[in-house]
Design a protein around this ligand. Structure first.
Ligand code: URA
Length: 243
Protein backbone atom coordinates (compact mmCIF):
# COMPACT_ATOMS: atom_id res chain seq x y z
CA UNK A 1 0.00 0.00 0.00
CA UNK A 2 1.50 3.37 -1.00
CA UNK A 3 1.01 5.70 1.94
CA UNK A 4 0.78 9.48 1.75
CA UNK A 5 3.16 10.95 4.24
CA UNK A 6 1.40 13.58 6.25
CA UNK A 7 -0.49 12.74 9.44
CA UNK A 8 -3.64 14.22 7.88
CA UNK A 9 -3.30 12.10 4.72
CA UNK A 10 -2.73 8.96 6.81
CA UNK A 11 -5.78 9.81 8.91
CA UNK A 12 -7.89 10.19 5.78
CA UNK A 13 -6.52 6.89 4.44
CA UNK A 14 -7.43 5.27 7.77
CA UNK A 15 -11.00 6.45 7.29
CA UNK A 16 -11.01 4.79 3.87
CA UNK A 17 -9.86 1.52 5.45
CA UNK A 18 -12.65 1.91 8.01
CA UNK A 19 -15.20 2.40 5.22
CA UNK A 20 -14.00 -0.82 3.59
CA UNK A 21 -14.05 -2.74 6.87
CA UNK A 22 -17.53 -1.48 7.68
CA UNK A 23 -18.89 -3.16 4.55
CA UNK A 24 -16.82 -6.32 4.94
CA UNK A 25 -18.66 -9.64 4.52
CA UNK A 26 -15.63 -11.95 4.19
CA UNK A 27 -16.68 -13.84 7.30
CA UNK A 28 -20.33 -14.21 6.31
CA UNK A 29 -21.56 -15.55 9.68
CA UNK A 30 -19.83 -12.76 11.65
CA UNK A 31 -21.10 -10.14 9.21
CA UNK A 32 -24.62 -11.51 9.71
CA UNK A 33 -24.46 -11.63 13.52
CA UNK A 34 -22.59 -8.38 14.26
CA UNK A 35 -24.37 -5.21 15.29
CA UNK A 36 -21.51 -3.22 13.82
CA UNK A 37 -17.87 -3.43 12.86
CA UNK A 38 -15.58 -2.36 15.70
CA UNK A 39 -12.73 -0.88 13.71
CA UNK A 40 -10.67 0.73 16.46
CA UNK A 41 -10.51 4.03 18.29
CA UNK A 42 -8.07 6.61 19.50
CA UNK A 43 -5.32 8.85 18.21
CA UNK A 44 -4.72 8.14 14.52
CA UNK A 45 -1.14 9.41 14.91
CA UNK A 46 -0.42 7.61 18.19
CA UNK A 47 3.04 6.44 19.20
CA UNK A 48 1.43 3.66 21.21
CA UNK A 49 -1.01 1.10 19.83
CA UNK A 50 -2.77 -1.74 21.62
CA UNK A 51 -4.06 -4.82 19.86
CA UNK A 52 -6.68 -6.96 21.58
CA UNK A 53 -8.52 -10.03 20.43
CA UNK A 54 -12.05 -9.28 19.24
CA UNK A 55 -15.06 -7.19 20.25
CA UNK A 56 -17.37 -8.54 22.93
CA UNK A 57 -21.02 -7.73 23.48
CA UNK A 58 -20.52 -4.15 24.73
CA UNK A 59 -18.06 -3.33 21.97
CA UNK A 60 -20.39 -4.78 19.33
CA UNK A 61 -23.22 -2.61 20.66
CA UNK A 62 -21.20 0.61 20.96
CA UNK A 63 -18.82 0.20 18.01
CA UNK A 64 -15.81 1.02 20.20
CA UNK A 65 -13.12 -1.43 21.40
CA UNK A 66 -12.54 -2.22 25.07
CA UNK A 67 -15.58 -0.54 26.60
CA UNK A 68 -16.61 -3.45 28.85
CA UNK A 69 -14.98 -4.70 32.06
CA UNK A 70 -11.65 -5.51 30.37
CA UNK A 71 -11.74 -2.06 28.78
CA UNK A 72 -12.23 -0.35 32.14
CA UNK A 73 -9.15 -2.14 33.40
CA UNK A 74 -7.24 -1.09 30.29
CA UNK A 75 -8.18 2.55 30.97
CA UNK A 76 -7.06 2.20 34.60
CA UNK A 77 -3.75 0.67 33.53
CA UNK A 78 -3.23 3.52 31.06
CA UNK A 79 -3.99 6.02 33.79
CA UNK A 80 -1.34 4.32 35.92
CA UNK A 81 1.31 5.29 33.37
CA UNK A 82 -0.04 8.80 32.84
CA UNK A 83 -1.85 8.14 29.55
CA UNK A 84 -5.45 8.33 28.40
CA UNK A 85 -7.29 6.56 25.61
CA UNK A 86 -6.98 9.76 23.58
CA UNK A 87 -3.19 9.30 23.58
CA UNK A 88 -3.21 5.81 22.09
CA UNK A 89 -4.89 3.79 19.37
CA UNK A 90 -6.76 0.62 20.34
CA UNK A 91 -7.64 -2.07 17.82
CA UNK A 92 -8.39 -5.77 17.73
CA UNK A 93 -7.36 -8.76 15.65
CA UNK A 94 -11.01 -9.26 14.64
CA UNK A 95 -13.25 -6.32 13.88
CA UNK A 96 -16.46 -8.30 14.34
CA UNK A 97 -17.73 -10.02 17.46
CA UNK A 98 -17.51 -13.81 17.40
CA UNK A 99 -20.79 -15.30 18.66
CA UNK A 100 -20.77 -15.97 22.42
CA UNK A 101 -17.26 -14.48 22.50
CA UNK A 102 -15.74 -17.70 21.20
CA UNK A 103 -12.12 -17.67 20.07
CA UNK A 104 -11.36 -16.21 16.66
CA UNK A 105 -10.95 -18.92 14.01
CA UNK A 106 -7.83 -19.05 11.82
CA UNK A 107 -9.78 -18.20 8.66
CA UNK A 108 -11.43 -15.22 10.39
CA UNK A 109 -8.01 -13.95 11.48
CA UNK A 110 -6.70 -14.37 7.94
CA UNK A 111 -9.74 -12.56 6.51
CA UNK A 112 -9.44 -9.65 8.93
CA UNK A 113 -5.68 -9.16 9.25
CA UNK A 114 -5.52 -6.87 6.21
CA UNK A 115 -7.36 -4.20 8.21
CA UNK A 116 -5.07 -4.49 11.22
CA UNK A 117 -1.92 -4.35 9.09
CA UNK A 118 -3.30 -1.29 7.28
CA UNK A 119 -3.94 0.33 10.67
CA UNK A 120 -0.36 -0.35 11.74
CA UNK A 121 0.98 1.05 8.48
CA UNK A 122 -1.11 4.21 8.66
CA UNK A 123 -0.88 4.98 12.37
CA UNK A 124 2.86 4.26 12.52
CA UNK A 125 3.14 3.51 16.21
CA UNK A 126 6.54 3.37 17.89
CA UNK A 127 5.37 0.84 20.48
CA UNK A 128 2.82 -1.92 19.87
CA UNK A 129 1.39 -3.76 22.87
CA UNK A 130 -0.28 -7.05 21.98
CA UNK A 131 -2.84 -8.14 24.56
CA UNK A 132 -3.07 -11.90 24.79
CA UNK A 133 -2.27 -14.85 22.58
CA UNK A 134 -4.23 -14.04 19.45
CA UNK A 135 -2.70 -10.62 18.85
CA UNK A 136 0.77 -11.75 19.88
CA UNK A 137 0.78 -14.79 17.60
CA UNK A 138 -0.53 -12.82 14.64
CA UNK A 139 1.92 -9.97 15.01
CA UNK A 140 4.91 -12.24 15.68
CA UNK A 141 3.79 -14.76 13.06
CA UNK A 142 4.83 -17.44 15.53
CA UNK A 143 2.87 -19.80 17.80
CA UNK A 144 4.85 -19.05 20.99
CA UNK A 145 2.40 -18.36 23.81
CA UNK A 146 1.89 -15.18 25.79
CA UNK A 147 2.93 -16.67 29.14
CA UNK A 148 6.45 -17.08 27.80
CA UNK A 149 6.62 -13.81 25.91
CA UNK A 150 4.88 -11.29 28.14
CA UNK A 151 6.88 -8.47 29.61
CA UNK A 152 9.82 -8.76 27.22
CA UNK A 153 10.03 -6.09 24.55
CA UNK A 154 11.54 -6.85 21.16
CA UNK A 155 12.13 -4.94 17.95
CA UNK A 156 9.96 -6.40 15.25
CA UNK A 157 9.27 -5.49 11.63
CA UNK A 158 5.58 -5.62 10.74
CA UNK A 159 5.02 -4.94 7.05
CA UNK A 160 6.89 -1.75 6.22
CA UNK A 161 7.30 -0.59 9.85
CA UNK A 162 9.75 -1.62 12.50
CA UNK A 163 8.30 -1.18 16.00
CA UNK A 164 9.01 -1.92 19.63
CA UNK A 165 6.69 -4.83 20.42
CA UNK A 166 5.63 -5.56 23.98
CA UNK A 167 3.45 -8.65 24.44
CA UNK A 168 1.26 -8.56 27.55
CA UNK A 169 -1.57 -10.56 29.02
CA UNK A 170 -5.08 -9.75 27.89
CA UNK A 171 -6.75 -7.56 30.57
CA UNK A 172 -9.58 -10.11 30.75
CA UNK A 173 -7.03 -12.50 32.30
CA UNK A 174 -7.02 -10.23 35.35
CA UNK A 175 -10.79 -10.40 35.61
CA UNK A 176 -10.57 -14.18 36.05
CA UNK A 177 -7.34 -14.31 38.09
CA UNK A 178 -6.81 -11.26 40.29
CA UNK A 179 -3.03 -11.76 40.61
CA UNK A 180 -2.69 -11.20 36.86
CA UNK A 181 -3.46 -7.56 37.44
CA UNK A 182 -0.03 -6.98 38.98
CA UNK A 183 1.54 -8.93 36.11
CA UNK A 184 -0.14 -6.69 33.53
CA UNK A 185 0.66 -3.56 35.54
CA UNK A 186 4.34 -4.61 35.57
CA UNK A 187 4.22 -4.94 31.77
CA UNK A 188 2.56 -1.55 31.40
CA UNK A 189 5.23 0.00 33.62
CA UNK A 190 7.71 -0.78 30.80
CA UNK A 191 5.77 1.29 28.25
CA UNK A 192 7.02 4.80 29.14
CA UNK A 193 10.64 3.66 28.84
CA UNK A 194 9.96 2.05 25.47
CA UNK A 195 8.26 5.21 24.20
CA UNK A 196 11.21 7.27 25.42
CA UNK A 197 13.57 5.17 23.27
CA UNK A 198 11.79 6.50 20.16
CA UNK A 199 11.32 4.56 16.93
CA UNK A 200 13.79 1.76 16.28
CA UNK A 201 15.89 1.89 13.14
CA UNK A 202 13.55 1.20 10.20
CA UNK A 203 14.25 -1.85 8.06
CA UNK A 204 12.46 -0.16 5.17
CA UNK A 205 13.32 3.50 4.63
CA UNK A 206 10.37 5.77 5.38
CA UNK A 207 9.29 7.93 2.42
CA UNK A 208 10.53 11.51 2.44
CA UNK A 209 7.99 13.90 3.91
CA UNK A 210 6.14 15.78 1.17
CA UNK A 211 7.76 19.15 0.42
CA UNK A 212 5.90 22.17 1.66
CA UNK A 213 4.02 23.92 -1.15
CA UNK A 214 5.71 27.20 -2.19
CA UNK A 215 4.14 30.25 -0.64
CA UNK A 216 1.45 31.76 -2.87
CA UNK A 217 2.22 35.08 -4.57
CA UNK A 218 0.53 37.93 -2.76
CA UNK A 219 -2.67 38.67 -4.66
CA UNK A 220 -2.86 42.15 -6.11
CA UNK A 221 -6.64 42.19 -5.63
CA UNK A 222 -8.27 41.17 -2.37
CA UNK A 223 -9.51 37.59 -2.72
CA UNK A 224 -13.28 37.21 -3.01
CA UNK A 225 -15.01 35.98 0.11
CA UNK A 226 -15.27 32.18 0.10
CA UNK A 227 -18.65 30.71 -0.79
CA UNK A 228 -20.60 29.46 2.23
CA UNK A 229 -19.57 25.91 3.04
CA UNK A 230 -21.84 23.11 1.86
CA UNK A 231 -23.43 21.20 4.74
CA UNK A 232 -21.09 18.48 6.03
CA UNK A 233 -22.10 14.91 5.19
CA UNK A 234 -22.68 12.76 8.27
CA UNK A 235 -19.28 12.18 9.85
CA UNK A 236 -17.58 8.84 10.50
CA UNK A 237 -15.78 10.30 13.49
CA UNK A 238 -17.97 9.19 16.39
CA UNK A 239 -17.89 5.54 15.40
CA UNK A 240 -14.27 5.61 14.34
CA UNK A 241 -13.52 7.55 17.51
CA UNK A 242 -10.47 9.33 16.15
CA UNK A 243 -8.94 12.07 18.26
N1 URA B 1 -11.58 -7.85 24.47
C1 URA B 1 -10.88 -7.57 23.36
O1 URA B 1 -9.93 -8.26 23.03
N2 URA B 1 -11.22 -6.53 22.64
C2 URA B 1 -12.22 -5.73 22.96
O2 URA B 1 -12.46 -4.79 22.24
C3 URA B 1 -12.92 -6.03 24.15
C4 URA B 1 -12.59 -7.09 24.89
Amino acid sequence: MAVADTAEARREALKDVFARARGCTRCAPLAASRTQVVFGAGNADADLMFIGEAPGRNEDEQGVPFVGAAGKLLSTLLDGIGLTREDVFIANVLKCRPPENRNPEPQEIANCSEYLFAQLELIRPVVVVTLGNFATRLIRDDPTGITRLRGTAEVRTIGPRTVRLLPSLHPAAALYTASNREVIAADFALIPGLLALGPPEQAVAAPEPAEAAPAAEPASEPAPAPAPAAPEPPSDEPQLGLF
